[in-house]
Write a protein of this length. Structure first.
Length: 310
């Protein structure tokens, strides 16, 4: 097992430090910490990001890595790929930062918007998918107030309703959605946002969710809050410029972010969830014994160059 460094959307700093330099599997104690679970994880518990479904957003402070979810939003993901490959987002900006809500990016010039090129201007909302397409669903045992069942599918937090035979992605921290107007078909992927606050699960099944940020979240969550209505910036100088938004598949292998994501269909991830339900270590005095869908982080790690990551 290669030396690793842990990144999760809500990783505890102590876990990150404990994992630095972890080099071999270890026997787990009865109440293992998340760091101990990851240190003992086999290589089979991890998967590389698919370059065809990974976006790199280059901001002044560094790179944001987004994993797309074509299983849940195939038409929007395809449209976003077209926009990215035709360089639509290059030179646009982060134009909204609303506290405890979202950070949004897109075209700040409503008077003379940038051409969408060959991408579709409107798409039907992909708010849910048929349950049969919800592959490899790993269910949490906890009850949820927003859905009959919650868990993870395709490496994303998701929910299901067996009665309606529908499945959907959940609005957890770090999830990326498509901005739209009132019409369900008014979004196309040219305006995207990421959740930066407490999971607004009431948005589930009302907006197309296309993926999640797997690295560089701090570059978005720390953007100064916009002073305008809904957190929009009211001065161009407040915008955060996007140098480029590219598909990892179009970036030379040597310049790609070498990341691996823990497989949510693995036994190791079940141990990671249990470690979060019943936090071990000397600091915790009362373990919760339960976990919320949006508080079950999916670990992400960097791997050494040449280790087979995309």
């Amino acid at each position: 097992m290669l030396p690793v460094r842990l990144y999760t959307l809500r990783a505890v700093g102590a876990c990150m430090l404990a994992l630095a330099g972890a080099g071999h599997a270890a026997e787990l104690p009865a109440r293992a910490t998340l760091a101990e679970v990851i240190a003992a994880s086999p290589a089979s518990a991890w998967r590389p990001l698919d370059p065809a479904n990974t976006l790199y957003m280059e901001l002044p402070g560094g790179r944001v890595v987004i994993e797309l979810a074509p299983v849940f939003a195939p038409r929007h993901v395809a449209n976003i790929r077209t926009l990215v490959r035709e360089r639509y987002f290059d030179g646009l900006a982060v134009l909204r930062s609303q506290d405890n809500w979202v950070v949004q990016w897109g075209d700040p010039n409503e008077a003379q918007p940038k051409s969408l090129g060959t991408a579709s201007a409107t798409l039907p909302g992909e708010f849910t998918i048929p349950l049969r397409k919800d592959r490899h669903f790993t269910r949490l045992r906890e009850r949820d107030v927003y859905a009959a069942q919650v868990g993870h599918s395709a490496g994303m937090p998701s929910a299901r309703d067996p009665a309606s035979k529908q499945a959907w992605l959940a609005h957890c921290y770090g999830m990326v959605g498509v901005g739209r107007d009132s019409g369900a078909d008014s979004g196309n992927g040219s305006a995207l946002y990421v959740v930066i606050g407490h999971g607004p699960r009431h948005l589930d099944r009302n907006i197309t969710v296309v993926g999640r940020v797997v690295a560089g979240m701090a570059l978005l969550s720390t953007v100064p809050r916009g002073p305008g209505p809904m957190g929009f910036f009211d001065q161009p100088g407040q915008h955060v410029p996007i140098a480029a938004l590219t598909l990892a598949a179009d970036v030379p292998a040597a310049a790609r972010s070498a990341l691996e994501v823990m497989r949510t269909d693995s036994a190791t991830y079940q141990k990671a969830v249990e470690a979060q339900r019943n936090r071990g270590g000397p600091w915790t005095k009362v373990a919760a014994g339960h976990i919320d869908l949006c508080n079950a982080p999916i670990p992400v790690r960097t791997v050494a160059a040449g280790a087979g990551a995309p």
